[in-house]
Design a protein around this ligand. Structure first.
Ligand SMILES: [Zn+2]
Length: 294
């Protein structure tokens, strides 16, 4: 009884998570980079160099290689949620290079209720707008702001719990038993899925190895952002564990193996699709001779 009370309090106080962790975003971004045309790479690198926070990404990327900078940029949309510049909820005047100072927490997901009605979140709506900006804008600052968002949201829309149920806030309100981690025997279902890509600080050779593993996954159909979202929703029945433990549902060995398999497939799909999407945007700009050029 005491344990059940503790779990209830934990869930009431807990802060919702919002993304694959940084390791997941870096892996999808690097996979995308590997498949992109040289012209697209040089376009996106030129765009990112105009971003106000490019110095921060360069610092984190270490060697400063263009692909690693691209990978760090994919984590920016999450990093601003802990950034004092974005803490006032968009009420402060925009700093140079930013259209507003809001962290836009509800851009990372969409939640539906069990009857299939849309309840919260804007990931699909904002992704469509940001892609249109990348395709049509001639404004360097606008492009530089939109690109890291697109890198990030293509990843998030492939995380099944980012298209989850409003009743439990996309798995943020579900605490499950995790016998695989004795130091943290209970974990929020959403956080468990966010962390499936590995430790969030994953960089260097280990990051490259993780990307090489993803490249063994089958390349999916390109589809559309809407179909990526629907695929994520269709995975939800498998995402909720069905085996009862001592006080809540438990992550069995079988569940863990399947979860890891799904996560790898979704991270790879996000990477392949992101690369193709950016290539297509570049071709469209080239065809219309839009500046800045690809
Ligand atoms: Zn996110």
């Amino acid at each position: 009884m005491r344990l059940a009370f503790f779990l209830f309090i934990f869930l009431c106080l807990s802060v919702p998570a919002h993304a694959w962790n940084a390791a997941g975003h870096r892996q999808s971004a690097l996979l995308a980079w590997d498949g992109m045309r040289p012209a697209t790479r040089s376009f996106v690198h030129g765009v990112l160099r105009q971003h106000p926070d490019v110095g921060r990404w360069r610092e984190k990327a270490g060697a400063g290689a263009a692909d690693l900078l691209f990978a760090e940029a994919s984590t920016w949309a999450d990093s601003i949620r802990h950034d004092p510049r974005f803490r006032a909820g968009g009420t402060t005047a925009p700093l140079p290079g930013f259209p507003d100072m809001a962290a836009h927490g509800d851009w990372h997901y969409v939640n539906i209720d069990r009857q299939g009605r849309r309840r919260a979140g804007q990931i699909d709506v904002q992704l469509a707008k940001l892609v249109a900006t990348l395709e049509n804008s001639r404004d360097a600052a606008e492009l530089a702001w939109a690109l890291p968002w697109v890198l990030h949201l293509v990843g998030d829309v492939h995380q099944p719990l980012h298209t989850g149920y409003s009743e439990d806030r996309g798995g943020n309100g579900v605490l499950v038993e995790n016998p695989g981690n004795p130091r943290q025997p209970f974990v929020k279902l959403h956080a468990y899925w966010d962390d499936l890509p590995g430790p969030s600080g994953l960089r260097g050779k280990k990051l490259r190895r993780a990307v090489a593993y993803l490249q063994e996954q089958k390349r999916p159909d390109q589809g559309t952002p809407q179909s990526w979202l629907q695929e994520s929703q269709q995975l939800l029945p498998e995402v909720y564990p069905a085996t009862l433990g001592s006080v809540s549902f438990i992550l069995s060995e079988r569940y863990v193996a399947r979860a890891q398999q799904i996560a790898s497939q979704r991270l790879a799909a996000a990477g392949y699709r992101l690369g193709y999407l950016l290539d297509a945007i570049c071709v469209s700009r080239e065809t219309r001779r839009l500046q800045p050029a690809c």
